[in-house]
Design a protein. Sequence first.
Length: 670
Amino acid sequence: MGFLASAEAVVFRAAAAAMLPPPPPDITAWCERNIVFDERSPMPGPFRIERFPFLREIHEVLSPEHPARDVTVRGSAQWGKTVSVLQPTLGAWHEYCPLDSLVVHPTQSAATEWVRNKWLPMRRQAVGLRAIFGDGSGANSDSLSNQETLDRNGSLKVASAGSPADLTGTTRRLVIGDDLAKWEMTDMGDPEALMISRASAFEDAKIVRISTPLLTGTCRITKAFLRSDQRFYHVPCPHCGQMAPLTWENFKASIDPERLHAAHFTCEACGCAIDHSHKVDMVSKGKWVPHNPRGDHPGFHLWRAYVPQRDWASIAVEYAQVMGWTRLTVSEATEATIRKDVEAETEQTLYNAVLGLPYEVASKGPDWEKLRDRVENAAPGTILPRGIVPAKGVILTAGVDCQQDRIEVHIVAFGPNFQRWVVDYTVIPHFIGDDEGRDALNALLKTTWRTQLGRRIALDMMAVDVGTFETDVWDWAKKHPWNRVMLVKGAATHNGPILAPMKFERRADGLALKRQKRAFMLNVSQLKGDFFGWLAKEDPLDRGYVSFPTGMGDEYYRQVTSEVRVLRTSRSGVTTAAWVLVEPSRRNEGLDTMNYAEAAARRKNWASMTPEQWAVLEQERGTEPPEAERQPDLLDARLPIVPPVGAAPKAGRPAPSDSDWMGDRGKDWF
Ligand SMILES: [Zn+2]
């Protein structure tokens, strides 16, 4: 009897167990079952939570069983947000229940890149994902933007925030917004609001926001984080046990240019130095602490100091790079690793990608009179006159703006360490669609400028605004090689790359490809913010210092500082930034053409040259010419433009006084 009874009990228990829902997914356990880092990873082998203890609580709130509807994860780049948070959440949810999920990326190309380079490789490798979605060999009707489960009981939709049509007409219980800070407003409204509304039909939906931050004031992920309970990961001091988060301010205070590898944190309770050798142990004993317990959802902030992939010295080294110290202090070996692995090209990328913090961009230039006085009141001999290229300025470019009645040209020299020197500015009183205008630009391309040491160099690149007079500008430009004349147009986006090739319809004759080599969209918003940041530097040796020659005149300084960045918040609560004139009477061609000149320099690798490449250029151009090539100074036209054919040549153009900088428009300008 007893035997039978217990057999019955076994059957009953088994039947009851079969009717129970499966246990709630443990995303951490999912990672351990499914993720194996390959040989190229900094830590090859199976995923082990001991290496990423801070992920456990993030995984918990992302589970379907956790009541939080919204979850925010803000952090630096490259600690596994995608591979250890986003993708495992998708995998564990799809394993747990029939599900329609949605992942939204900032752009179509970002969405495609994620599917190809991150999602599909994991789908092939992870047992759990293969069981649900197949290995991609065609058993189910996969497309990049819509992936159905093998059981036909769910799907993953992949969309772009830039294509709002993708974000309508679908309901999804799990919604993940990736790289949220890069999302921009669209003609059809706010993509973030559209994404949230996809989940409105579900009481138990999960809306996840994941991103590195961007700019203070407009950054969507920071906005979400500030609304949240703001969890920071506290770790114990190895000396006294005091729990505290690792902060950038604390670390920065210890960075010594001479000893970057000794950079450390300092315990605020006992004053002891905490060096990198303590990291693993401290992080294993850490815990998340909400700094804003009244926040309306769980929000996490995590940056490079905690992650096993990179050490603390790498943070100091990238800071040194941004400060322009590296050439002085970093050993050859370290410098090689910096170049290979550096994320921070600018202070902004250091903040966003390494520190995981929003960056406060310069929203306006310095006062124009102060800038002018800095130049005009400088000690004699420290500043070059107009028209001379300094020895260090070995890339010479022109930024060109076309107007109906004139062409404005900014000549700028660029050197290492993001430094630049304005060489000259001129206004050609002709239209680019007229022979006179075209001839004048042709002449500029043939002209050479004298360097400080007496060499003569020509423009490396001219960047011409193609935004307004497109046909006329193309007609002129196509007669010149694409590696000397590029065409630029300001992009509406604030978040894109600084230079992005324009897209043209593909044509059989290959014209589109030829055009693509020449024409670029510019992120002028970023260029302006960066330029104003550099413009505020006061030490000529500083990284990014901007030098001006004497005699540029007041109107010039008014123009290069003519705009200010303002924030506007819509009724729906989305904050966007716009650049506007400081006052309506200001003109901004000087600022625009400065951006174009910089774009031209970037096309010539200004932002990415190695010290060796700079040395080669400096040897070629930044030295005295051989005796035979020296020319007497009296041949130097101060603004050396060759007159158009048929016009009577004249001697050098007289130097304009401050008051008539713009005044020679319409006169006999050559
Ligand atoms: Zn301590």
